[in-house]
Design a protein around this ligand. Sequence first.
Ligand SMILES: Cc1cc2nc3c(=O)[nH]c(=O)nc-3n(C[C@H](O)[C@H](O)[C@H](O)COP(=O)(O)OP(=O)(O)OC[C@H]3O[C@@H](n4cnc5c(N)ncnc54)[C@H](O)[C@@H]3O)c2cc1C
Length: 383
Amino acid sequence: MSSHDAPLIIIGTGLAGYNLAREWRKYDQSTPLLMLTQDSGRSYSKPMLSTAFSKNKTAESLTMADAGKMAEQLKATIHTFVSVDAIDTEQRVIQFDGQQLNYRDLVIAAGSETINLPIENSAAEKTFAVNDLEQFSAFQLAAESAQRILIIGGGLIGCEYTNDLLSTGAKISLVELQPTLLSNLCHQSVGDALVSRFTEEGVDLHLGSAVTAIRANNNGVIATLNDGSELTADLVLSAVGVRARTELARGAGLKCQRGIIVDRELRSSAANIYALGDCAEVDGQLLYYVMPLMQCVRALAKTLSGTPTAVSYPAMPVTIKTSCFPIVSNPPSSSAHWEVEQTDGGIKALAYDKTKSLVGFSLGGSAIADKAALAKQLPKVMA
Ligand SMILES: Cc1cc2nc3c(=O)[nH]c(=O)nc-3n(C[C@H](O)[C@H](O)[C@H](O)COP(=O)(O)OP(=O)(O)OC[C@H]3O[C@@H](n4cnc5c(N)ncnc54)[C@H](O)[C@@H]3O)c2cc1C
């Protein structure tokens, strides 16, 4: 098969892979499409994994379509539970399960992987991370009977799970290295307000603390903190961050830094290979969120169908789904002057640059109602 007749191949069936396929099919009904995934290929919305307990959702009910249905809808061939292990950029060939396939264009939408804490852990089977539907399923099964759950990490995912797991009635302990919550995303005043709400909800918070070891204990775990104290729990949810999956791209000689380096047309350093989603560093920006990914989807679908299109990013505030104290934040990209106002039932922190232009905000509680009006005033992330 010449590379001209060869299919578009997309590696990954997460939000990036499936949304791109759907958008591209609007422009191109005839080019063959092949998709590959290491998982079951079920279509689901990943952000819903961290509100599933309180909404009584399971992996099954979160599934919008299985791989078979997606293949039908997208007029695609989808290979599930396979791992692409090499790319020959000269011959335009991918390799998986001992098979080789030509591509016309190749899109890497391989997502991110969770970071494992580099600590001694003799209770690995009681330690979970949730970054896909299969991991969620395993965690939910284990959490069903848990009385005490230890969450490590007070970023977006750790805070959302703390909020969500409160609905199970289990005792939640949360350990965070920084002195407040959401410190990478929010102004301190908003992080502190969430600390107060969680405390009222009975969360056992350990701020400014690190877990240094985890060991098995009867049917549960004992975690040691850096001050020498110990916490017991039935299971641990580790939420200390994710990193872009770049191994395959690096192996193929593609330029990577924190993610796979792509330009504003999502082109990697190799001809006919593109990347988007959590694995891609787009013009220097690595953003593990849905909104930037959707901007890339729209641009890349056009590029792949013959109209080269550069992506642009508007301001993209992040919603933190902590229903006991909802938060929306758009941290400024560089140092700023903050003005903080306590509102009725909320808190509003606004960030200004030297020219007194609004460059970011963190809103908590009832103040999130101002999100749309404030977002309009923010500069674009990428014009
Ligand atoms: C619990 C949770 C809550 C979140 N909440 C929010 C939120 O509220 N708002 C928000 O904006 N973002 C949120 N995010 C982040 C958001 O969900 C992600 O940015 C987005 O889903 C990433 O999609 P993706 O397609 O790039 O990657 P993924 O969903 O990770 O998909 C990667 C795909 O690549 C496949 N793959 C990888 N390597 C290979 C290989 N070698 N061969 C074959 N297949 C391969 C995988 O099997 C998978 O199909 C949340 C994330 C989590 C974990």
